[in-house]
Design a protein around this ligand. Structure first.
Ligand SMILES: [Zn+2]
Length: 436
């Protein structure tokens, strides 16, 4: 699957991401740390734009979803109730000779060690829990163990009644959350596709049992539509339904939304019918009544949950992969204007005749709502290319005609078409074009 050509595309993307300031290796001056990445000036903008677009579609544009920001460290019993203590593990073997570590289900244990070539050098298979463990307070003993959350969902479940009461909600309603999660993956990889520290965007939708299948279908469609809004190519997206033997222990039905990466089709979002599993378990482990009282039917029951779960870092990678385009004379990131890190660059054609002054004045007038970039270094052609690689949708150039009639050239990134816009109209022009 990972042939030379696909590696080439990923290599080029990784190099562009570093060169333009999207993504750096974490702690690079110390040789880096495996599977950890830092978002640079452009990466942080793009990530913020993706999160805002998700939040907008989940919370602002609806009247049935509330937001939440739960803490990363939670009571250890949460992970007993969720099943992560017992079941969240990978089978692991070590090579006794070279000390290399492998996932037992990813290599052939009958064959020699793929690193050192020795035979019969593997240890027994043991289960390795994927949760990051640490200690709360100064005493490092088993009574003080806490975990970095492996998913944000549990913070939502344990706050079901808090949010419901505070926001005076009736079923159906949802709770949305964006936050970091941590999984001690044995084999992370493919750049930021699978990392040990990552950011999730999860929404848990609480419904009456019996209405779950209807809402599951609803969210499936709704979430697929969101990717078109994100600007992804339609033919690179598909659903993958989990067969009965693929289903997680808590799920009644599950669909992945998959994207066709250079390294194959892979999951970018999961939509799950989690039934009443989560709230039932937390009711059992906490001893608190987590049932919902329906004041019309006078019934008490545990709500079903439809979950939509997506990784922010993975979405960002998907958008970069989708946007990466090599043309004859340039490399261009055809990012949707809604998520592009820099919305517009203002460029004086030459560094004289008062053009830089006019350009800087334009920057002063239009900045504030989004990232604007000023650049006067190098030929105009080179400056356009730099902005193409950064995915900047619009370049505004001050030239000699500007001095006469106060119009500027606006160049559109993908078509490279140019039009003249009056200086006073630039802000309105951009606002209109950048609407998501
Ligand atoms: Zn070995």
């Amino acid at each position: 699957m990972a042939d030379k050509n696909t590696n080439k595309v990923m290599d080029k993307l990784v190099s562009l991401a570093k060169r333009r300031g999207f993504i750096f290796q974490s702690s690079e001056i110390y040789g880096g740390i495996n599977s950890c990445y830092d978002y640079g000036p452009l990466g942080v903008e793009m990530k913020k734009n993706i999160k805002e677009l998700w939040w907008k579609s989940m919370v602002y544009e609806r009247d049935d979803i509330e937001g939440l920001d739960a803490s990363i460290l939670m009571h250890p019993k949460v992970w007993e109730a969720s099943g992560h203590m017992a079941g969240f593990s990978d089978p692991l073997v070590d090579c006794k000779v070279c000390k290399s570590r492998f996932r037992a289900d990813q290599i052939d244990l009958e064959k020699p060690c793929p690193v050192c070539g020795n035979r019969d050098s593997f240890t027994e298979i043991r289960q390795f829990n994927l949760m990051f463990k640490t200690f709360m307070g100064p005493v490092e003993d088993s009574a003080h163990v806490v975990f970095l959350r492996p998913e944000t969902a549990q913070g939502i479940y344990v706050n079901f009644h808090n949010v419901r009461e505070a926001a005076r909600r009736k079923l159906p309603f949802g709770i949305a959350q964006i936050g970091k999660a941590f999984r001690n993956e044995i084999t992370p990889g493919n750049f930021i596709f699978r990392t040990r520290e990552f950011e999730q965007m999860e929404m848990q939708y609480f419904v009456k049992p019996g209405e779950d299948e209807k809402w599951f279908e609803y969210w499936k469609e709704k979430r697929m539509q969101w990717y078109q809004r994100l600007g992804l190519q339609k033919d690179k997206l598909r659903f993958h339904e989990h067969a009965p033997d693929e289903l997680a222990h808590y799920a009644k039905a599950a669909f992945d939304i998959e994207y066709e990466f250079p390294f194959g089709w892979n999951e970018i979002e999961g939509i799950h019918n989690r039934t009443d599993f989560d709230l039932s378990r937390h009711q059992e482990f906490s001893g608190k009544d987590l049932r919902y009282f329906d004041d019309q039917t006078k019934e008490r029951f545990i709500p079903y949950i439809i979950e939509t779960s997506i990784g922010c870092d993975r979405t960002l990678l998907t958008c970069l992969v989708d946007a990466y385009t090599e043309e004859e004379e340039r490399v261009v990131l055809k990012l949707s204007p809604a998520i592009a890190p820099i919305k517009a660059a203002v460029l004086p054609l030459v560094k004289r005749d008062g053009m830089p002054e006019i350009a800087k004045k334009i920057v002063d007038e239009i900045r504030g709502d989004y990232r604007i970039f000023y650049d006067e270094a190098g030929s105009i052609g080179r400056r356009y290319r730099r902005m193409d690689e950064a995915g900047t949708p619009f370049c505004i150039t001050v030239d000699s005609q500007t001095l006469e009639d106060k119009t500027v050239t606006v160049r559109e990134r993908d078509t490279m078409a140019q039009e003249r816009v009056h200086i006073n109209e630039i802000k309105t022009y951009l606002d209109e074009k950048l609407k998501a």
